[in-house]
Every structure is written in structure tokens, then in C-alpha cells.
Design a protein around this ligand. Sequence first.
Ligand SMILES: Cc1cc2nc3c(=O)[nH]c(=O)nc-3n(C[C@H](O)[C@H](O)[C@H](O)COP(=O)(O)OP(=O)(O)OC[C@H]3O[C@@H](n4cnc5c(N)ncnc54)[C@H](O)[C@@H]3O)c2cc1C
Ligand SMILES: *[C@@H]1O[C@H](CO)[C@@H](O)[C@H](O)[C@H]1NC(C)=O
Ligand SMILES: *[C@@H]1O[C@H](CO)[C@@H](O)[C@H](O)[C@H]1NC(C)=O
Ligand SMILES: *[C@@H]1O[C@H](CO)[C@@H](O)[C@H](O)[C@H]1NC(C)=O
Ligand SMILES: *[C@@H]1O[C@H](CO)[C@@H](O)[C@H](O)[C@H]1NC(C)=O
Ligand SMILES: *[C@@H]1O[C@H](CO)[C@@H](O)[C@H](O)[C@H]1NC(C)=O
Ligand SMILES: *[C@@H]1O[C@H](CO)[C@@H](O)[C@H](O)[C@H]1NC(C)=O
Ligand SMILES: *[C@@H]1O[C@H](CO)[C@@H](O)[C@H](O)[C@H]1NC(C)=O
Ligand SMILES: *[C@@H]1O[C@H](CO)[C@@H](O)[C@H](O)[C@H]1NC(C)=O
Length: 495
Amino acid sequence: MLSTRPLLCALSLAASAYGYPGKLDDRATLGAASHFKATCHRIAATISKASEVFFPPSPQYAVDISHTYASSSEASACSVEPGSADDVSKILRIIGSTRTPFAVKGGGHTANPGFSSTRGVHISMIRFNNVTVGSGTVELGPGLTWDQVYAALDPTGVNVIGGRVPGVGVAGLTLGGGFSYKSNEYGLSVDNVVSYDLVLPNGTITSVTPNNTDLWFGLRGGMNNFGIVTKFVLKSYPQSNIWGGFMFYVPDQLDAVKNALVRYQQKQDVKASVAVVLNYASGQLTLGSFLFYDAPVPPQGLFDDFLAIPTTVQNVSTKSFTDLLLSLNQLTFGSSSNIRNYFSGVPVTQYSPAIFDAFVNETKFWGVYLASLDKNASVTVTLEPFDSGVFSHGSGSAFPPDRSQAIFPSVTGASWANASIDGIVASALRKEKATIHAIALAEGQNVSHAAVYVNYALFDTPLEDIYGQNVPRLRKIRAAIDPGDVMGLAGGFKF
Ligand SMILES: Cc1cc2nc3c(=O)[nH]c(=O)nc-3n(C[C@H](O)[C@H](O)[C@H](O)COP(=O)(O)OP(=O)(O)OC[C@H]3O[C@@H](n4cnc5c(N)ncnc54)[C@H](O)[C@@H]3O)c2cc1C
Ligand SMILES: *[C@@H]1O[C@H](CO)[C@@H](O)[C@H](O)[C@H]1NC(C)=O
Ligand SMILES: *[C@@H]1O[C@H](CO)[C@@H](O)[C@H](O)[C@H]1NC(C)=O
Ligand SMILES: *[C@@H]1O[C@H](CO)[C@@H](O)[C@H](O)[C@H]1NC(C)=O
Ligand SMILES: *[C@@H]1O[C@H](CO)[C@@H](O)[C@H](O)[C@H]1NC(C)=O
Ligand SMILES: *[C@@H]1O[C@H](CO)[C@@H](O)[C@H](O)[C@H]1NC(C)=O
Ligand SMILES: *[C@@H]1O[C@H](CO)[C@@H](O)[C@H](O)[C@H]1NC(C)=O
Ligand SMILES: *[C@@H]1O[C@H](CO)[C@@H](O)[C@H](O)[C@H]1NC(C)=O
Ligand SMILES: *[C@@H]1O[C@H](CO)[C@@H](O)[C@H](O)[C@H]1NC(C)=O
């Protein structure tokens, strides 16, 4: 047993020193590493046959700890793949009683260091991969990615409200909010949850429905603050073929893309979804768009401005929802295994010509600057206009903290290779956000308290900027549910 009090204190200190971006001296590292390993062995001796613990250099360990972006991976003492809620409960009890730092990974798409990685016990939810169609609902395991979900649902004729790109996890996206191609029509993913199966920080297995007022509020946007989710039950909707795909425009079409985006925002059609992507890499600005309509054929005229722009590649057509996701597989989302990446959300209420120009200038400016430090650097922004009623399909959730006006979450990002510039990249993204925010304020946008989308927020974003006036309530709920601060042993935005 490791739980004598002085040892606990020393270990908690060592553990907190692991919190990003802290450093640990060698003596503490050795002590902590053997403690973490001891926890791994205790877990291995306690869990059922449904679950398994892996140690380096086993290939499954490498799979478990890997992330989309190298900057989000850490070498843990072991990885654990729980196969039942019962085992998740046992694991969490051991972690809590030994105060061992840990991580929970769903799809591994966070770009924030330490949010789903650890030097301690890495829990991979990969075995929770069931898709079960009920009547009016679909149950999803938190180890699934959205492309797997859509592929499984394709033959059933129903669909759920989830991610827009292959590889992104059901768990992180749904716990943070979830902007989907169908959000204008049906709301965010959090607005479509029917219930959660949850292992509470003390190991109690429970299910959370609207009757559990506080947890219901907290889990819808509150990420990993309240325990480990072992099942999401989502509302389902009939799904026909859709119309959509991506377009990449010839480089001199910047004004045409701007005009198309500005004019598109005057139109309101809840079945439509548009995103415009600007990317600066290898000395070039690339312009692209994603167009979506939730029917086999879009109304005449709706997308004409985008469709009229000359393209280098275009893949817009009538197809199944799952084929839409598959078609995006051929795009690279920073997929080289050693590429580092950060994201930063820059909420605005409108893509005016001035805001568009500012995003273009910032993308180029930081693209040129970062490429001067690291030839692999690229800088990107996704502009995503939503319908004015996008937040009207749900109520009372941790995120978004204010549903009275639509916010375009807008994600800026940078990819690079050399870890020595991590800090410079983060600082560039903070400066870009401040610049755009100031321009939006100056042109009269109501963004002084506009919430940053938690799944786009850079790792050091203040809680108040994400959760607004919800922070005190979320802190109270967290204190009641997790008095031992077990979830504080995992990274992430913590109440
Ligand atoms: C290419 C790309 C496309 C994206 N597209 C969209 C989009 O269309 N819409 C959108 O809203 N967002 C989008 N995002 C953002 C995305 O929602 C977040 O990155 C999200 O957190 C990813 O979830 P994950 O399970 O893959 O991540 P992970 O890194 O596995 O987890 C993210 C967080 O969730 C926690 N977590 C994971 N599983 C559990 C669990 N079972 N219980 C409790 N906590 C858990 C982790 O501890 C971590 O803090 C995109 C991101 C990328 C990189
Ligand atoms: C997945 O479904 C099967 C069949 O119903 C069940 O036996 C198994 O326990 C489920 N797995 C998880 C992780 O829920
Ligand atoms: C909520 O509680 C009510 C009254 O106790 C009960 O009838 C109902 O089934 C519960 N709903 C859910 C979703 O658990
Ligand atoms: C478009 O996507 C389909 C899959 O839906 C793919 O087979 C095809 O190659 C893509 N076409 C282009 C031009 O990228
Ligand atoms: C950086 O770019 C070079 C040259 O294009 C490439 O060979 C290398 O794989 C890139 N590094 C990463 C980490 O992607
Ligand atoms: C472009 O952005 C940089 C960095 O924010 C700024 O210094 C410069 O003045 C901007 N240029 C224009 C034309 O806005
Ligand atoms: C990373 O940058 C540092 C500091 O500029 C440099 O010393 C190092 O050689 C670089 N590493 C690689 C692999 O380019
Ligand atoms: C401005 O935004 C705040 C939230 O940031 C919101 O409470 C308020 O209602 C908004 N005002 C208008 C006029 O939309
Ligand atoms: C675990 O936490 C829940 C929620 O706070 C509480 O209701 C329950 O009594 C706790 N169980 C134990 C065994 O402490």
C-alpha cells in the first residue's frame, strides 16, 4: 500500500509537477515513475479479463498513447484498455487512492498537451466501440470515432449529430459541445444527448439524465471534470443522401471567396452548412471550402457564389453521409505522425469583409514568421458561419454559457515540427486571437464576453473565457461530485 500520508503529499507534489508545462527534477521523476508503475501492476491484478494493461515497448501500448498530433502524446508508465464500466470503476478507485496522475483518451484529437496524455496511467477507451441503434436513439461507446459511427449507421437510415471530419472522437467532441454539419437544424451534440453512463470520480457507476440536474448541466460541455463516460445515448434522425464536399480554389480567388462567404451569411437555411479554410504553408496561401446540404439536392442559388469560383480540386456531389466523411480522408489534417499542432478558438458573430481580411493577413503573417523558424510550419483558420438559431435547440448546459446569440467558433491553428518553438507558436496564436478580437469589437460585434469553444480553446485559456457566468456553478458541482479531486489528476480545463 502506498497510501501513507507523507508519501501521498510527496507524490501529489511530484504529480502536480507533471502538469503542463511543468518540469520535474530527476530524483522526483524516478520516484514518481516507480509509483506510477506500481499503480499499473495493481490495476492489472484487479481488473477482469475484459480489460488489459500494456507496458512499453508493446505495440498496443504505442497505439494507445498515440495522438493525432505529436505535441499531445506523452510516454505513460502503462496503458490500460478497460472493457467494462465495472473495470473503469476499479481503475478509477485505484487511481484515486494512490493519487496517480492519469489520462482518458477517446479519439485522441485534442491538440492541448496533457489533456488526454500523462506520464502516469493512460486509459484508452478503445474497447468501448459499440454502436447500438434503439428506437429514436443510438448508443455510442466513447472509444469510437465519428467516421466509424457514420459507417455503422449508414445501412440503418438514421444518423446522429456529431463530428465533421474523420478520426475525431465521439467522447471529446460530445463532452465539449459538438458542432456538426447538422447543428443549424438540430443543435450541438450536447443538445442531442439523451443520457450518459458515467463512472463517478469515486468509482460509483451511474447513469445521468435530465433528472440529475447538476450533472446533466455539467456534463454537457464540462469535458472530463465529472468522471469517465462509458456510454453516450444520442437522439437519432432519419438520414437521406446529402449534397456536399470540399472545394479548393485557385490561389488568386481570395476576393471571390470573401464575397461568397459574406453574402452566404445573409441567407438562412438550417439544412445548410459552410466552412471556409485558409491555410498558409510552403510560402502559399490555399483557399478551400466545405459545403453541405442535408438533402440530395440543395435549393437553387444557395451555394452559387462558392460554386462559381474556379477550383483546383472539387468533390461536391450527392452522396451518403458516410461517403462525405470518407471523401475527407484524402485531405491531411496534420497527419504526419511527428507533426506538432495547437488550436485556438477566436469567436466572432460575423465574418465581415474586414474580419475576413484580418484572418487572411494574420494567417499569412504568422505563416511567414513561423516558417522562418521551422520549415515545416503551417498556419490555418477555419471560418464557420452558423445560423442565428444554432444555440436555440437546447438549453442550460455548461457550454455554451450564453445561448442568446449565435457565435461562430472559428478555429485558428498552427502545425510545426521542432519542439523548440512550442512556446513561440502558442504566443503567435494568442496574438492572432487578440488582434481579431480587437477588430471585431471595433466594428461593433458583441464579442467582449463571447465564449471560446472549449474544444478549440488553447490550453491556457481562462475558464471564464470558455464557461462565462457558469464557472461558479460548475465549481460547486465539481466540489460536490469530486471532493477528493480525483479528476484533478487528469489534465484538461478544471473547475
Ligand atoms: C481535425 C479536427 C476536426 C475537428 N472537427 C470538429 C468538429 O467538426 N466539431 C467540433 O465540435 N469539434 C471538432 N474538433 C475538435 C474536437 O471536438 C476536439 O478535439 C475533441 O476534444 C476531440 O475528442 P477526442 O475524443 O478525439 O479527443 P481526446 O484527445 O481523446 O479527448 C479530449 C478530451 O476529452 C476527455 N475524454 C475523452 N474520453 C473521455 C471519457 N470517456 N470520459 C471523460 N472524458 C473523456 C479527455 O480526457 C480529453 O480531455 C476537431 C478537431 C480536429 C483536430
Ligand atoms: C458491446 O456489446 C456487446 C454485445 O451486446 C456486449 O457484450 C459488450 O459488453 C459491449 N461492450 C462494451 C464495452 O460495452
Ligand atoms: C425522471 O424522474 C421521473 C419522476 O421520478 C420519472 O418518471 C422519469 O422516468 C425520470 N426520467 C428519466 C429520463 O430518468
Ligand atoms: C471525391 O470523394 C470520393 C469519395 O466520396 C472519392 O472516391 C473521389 O476520389 C473524390 N474525388 C475527388 C476529385 O477528390
Ligand atoms: C518536415 O518537412 C520535411 C520536408 O518536406 C519532411 O521530410 C519531414 O517529414 C517533415 N517533418 C515532419 C515532422 O512532418
Ligand atoms: C497584418 O498583421 C500583422 C500582425 O498582426 C500586423 O502587424 C500588420 O499591420 C497587418 N497588416 C495589415 C495590412 O493589416
Ligand atoms: C530545433 O531547433 C533548435 C533551436 O533552433 C535547433 O538547435 C535544433 O537543431 C532544431 N532541431 C531540428 C531537428 O531541426
Ligand atoms: C451580447 O453578448 C452577451 C454574452 O456575451 C449576451 O449576454 C448579450 O445578450 C448579447 N447582447 C445582444 C444584444 O445580443
Ligand atoms: C460517490 O459519489 C456520489 C456523488 O457525489 C455519491 O452520491 C456517493 O454516495 C459516493 N459513493 C461513495 C461510496 O462514496
